[in-house]
Design a protein around this ligand. Structure first.
Ligand code: SF4
Ligand code: SF4
Length: 315
């Protein structure tokens, strides 16, 4: 097994990669790359250490299902909390061993190959994904690029394929489809820039929903969640029994709670109760303002009288 100490550039599509290893060409799905990775390359598994592999909710779900593990145990054994790059959104990355190696790598390769994370599927292809929101709507742009690191010998192999074929070969289409809504949330947040910060409760909620679907399910069925949101029985049935449906629902919940979208409907009576509460606090605030005004008037009159008294005493 190679023990490269170089830091490799596996990263989530749309996230920063070491620029010095990026080939300066914008690629499309039809662009061809010359690359092949297989167990006989001299660098086999060199890219599975000293890496920063952020896990999407779908990555976590897929890997822990393959390992037959619940979310708590998987998170504890195989992940480390981190912030999703250049955002204040907390997430998790793969926890490396004491030698900086991925916990799933062996001499024979990746032990979770069929369920490997999205970033491992992309490598050595990167994708740039821009999302910009403005009053006129939102714009998106994506393109691909090739990451060429000195230790990666796959670029010296003869095989040629288009990015489209690479995506199909690596199962990226399916991963992207499953990650899409969550990635859009992260990109949307990222587009607000560092001046907009998430409150601590919002960060905690984002972390719980994005990393631990078991806890999110418990939160739905064992808290006041269902008193607040209007969820039909068919959806409830689905999210109770199907983790993919639960994950998709979690993205809708995040979108509506973080960005105020209409993905989830709040119960009418809750809106009325909130409006009534606001009305009461508004009325209280008005009352308080009136009292303060009257106090100011009284103070002003007192002061006036005092000044006049002083004037008269000097005459
Ligand atoms: S998950 Fe598999 S492919 Fe990805 S770094 Fe670990 S061993 Fe390598
Ligand atoms: S060829 Fe590249 S991707 Fe394949 S094992 Fe070597 S370093 Fe990793």
């Amino acid at each position: 097994m190679s023990n490269s100490k170089q830091s490799t550039s596996k990263s989530l599509p749309g996230f920063d990669t070491n620029p010095s290893n990026i080939m300066p060409a914008k690629l499309s799905q039809s662009s061809k790359i010359k690359f092949r990775c297989h167990p006989k390359v001299s660098c086999f598994t060199a890219c599975c250490g000293n890496i920063n592999i952020i896990l999407t909710p779908y990555d976590i779900l897929r890997i822990r299902k393959a390992l037959n593990m619940d979310a708590d145990e998987f998170l504890l054994r195989f992940t480390t909390p981190t912030f999703l790059e250049k955002t204040d959104m907390p997430g998790v990355k793969l926890h490396l061993d004491s030698e900086g190696r991925c916990p799933f790598v062996t001499d024979k390769g990746c032990t979770i190959y069929e369920s490997r994370p999205t970033t491992c599927r992309y490598y050595p292809v990167g994708m740039s994904f821009f999302h910009e929101s403005s009053d006129e709507g939102s714009t998106q742009e994506e393109f691909y690029f090739l990451v060429k690191e000195p230790h990666c010998k796959g670029h010296e192999e003869d095989q040629e394929m288009t990015i489209r074929e690479w995506r199909k070969d690596q199962g990226i289409d399916e991963s992207d489809e499953m990650n899409r809504e969550w990635m859009e949330l992260v990109m949307r947040r990222k587009s607000f820039g560092p001046q907009a910060t998430l409150s601590e409760p919002a960060q905690k909620m984002f972390f719980m929903v994005s990393t631990n679907l078991d806890k999110f399910k418990n939160f739905i069925f064992n808290s006041t969640f269902l008193d607040i949101y209007e969820i039909d029985n068919a959806t409830l049935d689905e999210i109770k029994n199907d983790d993919i449906a639960l994950m998709k629902f979690s993205n809708k919940y995040l979108a509506s709670s973080l960005f105020g979208t209409q993905d989830l409907k709040i119960k009418e009576e809750k809106i009325m109760a909130k409006a009534a509460k606001l009305k009461v606090s508004q009325a209280e605030a008005e009352e308080k303002a009136k009292e303060t005004y009257q106090e100011l008037l009284r103070d002003r009159d007192k002061l006036k009288k005092q000044i006049e008294k002083e004037k008269n005493s000097k005459k």
